[in-house]
Design a protein. Structure first.
Length: 196
């Protein structure tokens, strides 16, 4: 059975709380959350989906020119109307979780609430070797070579296909989900223009 090393969040990431590799749409005042929708969101076809050159330009402007599978589609804006960021909020005060809005486009608003997950989930990613100096890179190469040799020896002995070269890092623990179980409400463009 393949094994993967799992590391706790790195110290450098803990020192930089404003840097998060995940989309800001998933951020809540209490951390990351899962977004749960009942139904389907119908979005207009973006011009980039029709014109491949426009898609390449969009990917290049977003820094994803080498990976065309990472095209992002913005859905809307997530708002917590009862949360006041300027006040010192008590962590045990969860009154702001009763009402959440997701504005889809300019004419629809979904109303939902934040619920605690029965079992928390870990958001993980492949860990990257830190540092750009030559010594760090040579250590990483020798470590990878050593792992590759160990893997080959294990395969020869056990005749199993084992991939133990990947290492994962925990980004965050997801404790909440945002549930939108009602139908979208129509919103006039005057109201949504002020919010969006």
């Amino acid at each position: 059975m393949p094994t993967v090393r799992l590391h706790p969040p790195s110290e450098s990431r803990n020192n930089k709380p404003d840097v998060n590799p995940l989309p800001q749409l998933l951020q809540t005042p209490s951390g990351l959350a899962i977004l749960e929708l009942q139904g389907t969101i119908n979005l207009p076809v973006p011009p980039a989906a029709i014109d491949p050159d426009a898609l390449d330009m969009d990917l290049a402007s977003g820094g994803h020119s080498k990976s065309p599978t990472q095209y992002e589609t913005p859905i809307g804006r997530l708002i917590f109307p009862d949360y006041n960021d300027s006040m010192d909020n008590d962590p045990s005060d969860q009154s702001w979780m009763k009402r959440v809005y997701l504005y889809v486009g300019r004419h629809q608003r979904l109303t939902g609430e934040v619920k605690k997950l029965q079992r928390p989930l870990a958001a993980i990613q492949r860990s990257e070797e830190a540092g750009d100096d030559v010594q760090t890179r040579s250590k990483a190469k020798s470590k990878a070579n050593l792992r590759a040799e160990e893997t080959l020896e294990a395969e020869e002995e056990n005749e199993e296909d084992e991939d133990s070269c990947d290492e994962l890092e925990i980004i965050d623990i997801i404790k909440y989900k945002i549930i939108f179980s009602s139908r979208p409400e129509p919103v006039t463009s005057n109201v949504s223009a002020g919010v969006l």
